[in-house]
Design a protein. Structure first.
Length: 239
């Protein structure tokens, strides 16, 4: 069991991150025409607006919240908020947005499986991805009652320390999760696995969303009107 724990939470994270980064780069270089979300809106728009909006709002909040919460060292926020208060805030906000995301992914999953045309035009990877996201959000919601048993923030600190050990390439990360419940571990394993399959699914369009931020800082594009025709004469409308 110790060997499996060491692999899953000491080696597997680096496998997932490597495939996630290199796989995304290779797909962008070799298969740019597949770099899209493959929307099914043209087949049927019903349920898509509610499902997609709820899912994206919930998941984007959870993504940034998990990144900030896990990767921010305790000493940075300790003068402003205690570990217990931070965990309680994470439970409330994470539970709310996790529920929004779960409702949204449930609507999207039902829509894709119940509509014959959408089902016929869906790839196997699309359906598998929706089930994985549904299960991941369900597991995340399932960790909230367990977190309520550690309101002092001790488990949250261990999870954050594990993540910080991983990204800074420090040893001893698996030992930090020795006392974590199976729900926490399953949630973490499935989350890493989603990063593993990321480059091979429609999830790659997430990169485009982050890339659009570059439009805020890029130079203005200068557009000049074409005043001369092909023959070098001015168009009749300009005479």
């Amino acid at each position: 069991m110790t060997t499996l724990n060491d692999f899953l939470f000491g080696i597997y994270p680096y496998i997932c991150l490597t495939v996630f980064l290199l796989g995304s780069l290779i797909r962008f270089d070799r298969d740019q025409y597949t770099w899209k979300s493959d929307s099914s809106q043209l087949l049927r728009a019903g349920q898509l607006r509610w499902g997609s909006n709820l899912f994206h709002v919930g998941v984007l909040f959870l993504l940034f919240g998990h990144s900030f919460g896990l990767l921010t060292p305790h000493f940075i926020y300790e003068p402003f908020i205690s570990a217990g208060a931070k965990q309680l805030m994470a439970m409330v906000s994470g539970g709310l947005f996790g529920l929004l995301g779960f409702i949204g992914i449930s609507i999207l999953l039902h829509r894709r499986l119940s509509d014959p045309r959408i089902r016929a035009n869906s790839k196997t990877s699309d359906i598998v991805l929706l089930w994985l996201l549904w299960l991941q959000l369900a597991l995340g919601l399932g960790t909230i009652p367990l977190s309520a048993q550690h309101l002092d923030g001790s488990m949250m600190l261990r999870l954050a320390e594990w993540a910080q050990h991983i990204v800074t390439f420090r040893g001893g990360a698996p030992e930090l999760l020795a006392e974590a419940g199976w729900t926490f571990k399953a949630h973490m394993f499935l989350g890493m696995s989603i990063f593993l399959i990321f480059p091979f699914t429609r999830l790659v369009h997430v990169w485009s969303g982050f890339g659009s931020v570059a439009y805020l800082v890029r130079p203005y594009q200068v557009v000049r009107s074409r005043r001369l025709g092909v023959t070098g004469r001015k168009p009749l409308g300009n005479r």
